[in-house]
Design a protein around this ligand. Structure first.
Ligand SMILES: *[C@@H]1O[C@H](CO)[C@@H](O)[C@H](O)[C@H]1NC(C)=O
Length: 294
């Protein structure tokens, strides 16, 4: 009896680790050597490690560092696992975003504002269309983002943008074109990420400065995953006969996800431009009408 239950749990363990390793193989199909270019921060501040499976950015008093994706996208679902600067990260900002180029660019932003040890990071989000942003929502997280890797995702399709953390939606931005507000849908974007010093504003509005005796500050990245329409030589890979595995192109929040979104917005949202009366005494921007926090 004891023997057989032992062996069946052994089988289960073997099976689980087999399934587990299959997933690891799929997930680690991403390779930072193939997927990104290091664009900022010489002298080894940005490093690709583990045969392309891990990327680290660092910041010291002289410089920060950053990378960008080799590919451009026109719509996509992009996941990345990040482990943020641990300990006293006050004054540091880790930015992770999609952006097109030029003065009327579009942009979809995650920015992580560091803090003193034990004090909460702020996750800052924004959406730019045709060069205009000012659409901030900010959140605390329900876990310590420096203790382990967590998945931060941007779903960008023609109808909506959904920001998610570990699969939980934290913000939905619906296409507001019917209200006369432009929406990012015609300029291809790249992924950008950087770690930089913003101690003039980031932590408690700039009151807390970076402690350079703790430098270098380091953030880590892994398991980059894209389901996207790749933009290349003026053409989208999704133009002809978009395959059925592009479900993300029409994805919307189901009832469960809407409940999760409500939970985050009720308990963890600390700023929403759409409710900032001081900033918009003459009335909120038009898109707020369809992007009310539920
Ligand atoms: C840092 O901690 C303070 C105190 O808890 C908090 O008010 C602030 O929102 C936190 N985050 C940032 C980025 O300032």
């Amino acid at each position: 009896m004891a023997y057989s239950s032992c062996s069946s749990s052994l089988v289960r363990i073997l099976l689980t680790s087999f399934i587990g390793s299959t997933f690891v193989v799929l997930a680690s199909a991403s390779n930072f050597y193939q997927d990104v270019d290091i664009t900022w921060g010489g002298d080894g501040r940005a490093k690709i490690l583990n045969n392309g499976g891990l990327l680290t950015l660092s910041l010291d008093k002289t410089s920060g560092s950053g990378f960008q994706s080799k590919r451009e996208y026109l719509f996509g679902k992009i996941d990345m696992q990040l482990k943020l600067v641990a300990g006293n990260s006050a004054g540091t900002v880790t930015a992770y975003y999609l952006s097109s180029q030029g003065p009327t660019h579009d942009e979809i932003d995650f920015e992580f504002l560091g803090n003193l040890s034990g004090d909460p990071y702020i996750l800052h989000t924004n959406v730019y269309s045709q060069g205009k942003g000012n659409r901030e929502q900010q959140f605390y997280l329900w876990f310590d983002p420096t203790a382990d890797f967590h998945t931060y995702s941007i779903l960008w399709n023609p109808r909506r943008i959904i920001f998610s953390v570990d699969g939980t939606p934290i913000r939905e931005y619906k296409n507001p074109e019917s209200l006369g507000v432009p929406y990012p849908k015609s300029q291809p974007m790249r992924i950008y990420s950087s770690l930089w010093n913003a101690d003039d504003w980031a932590t408690r509005g700039g009151l807390v400065k970076a402690d350079w005796s703790k430098a270098p500050f380091t953030a880590s990245y892994r398991n980059f995953n894209e389901h996207a329409c790749i933009w290349s030589s003026g053409k989208s890979s999704c133009n002809s006969n978009t395959p059925s595995n592009n479900a993300w192109l029409n994805q919307e929040l189901d009832a469960t996800s809407q409940e999760r979104l409500k939970w985050v917005q009720k308990n963890y949202m600390i700023y929403n431009y759409c409710t900032d009366l001081k900033r918009f005494p003459q009335g909120f921007p038009p898109e707020c009408a369809i992007n009310k926090s539920s």
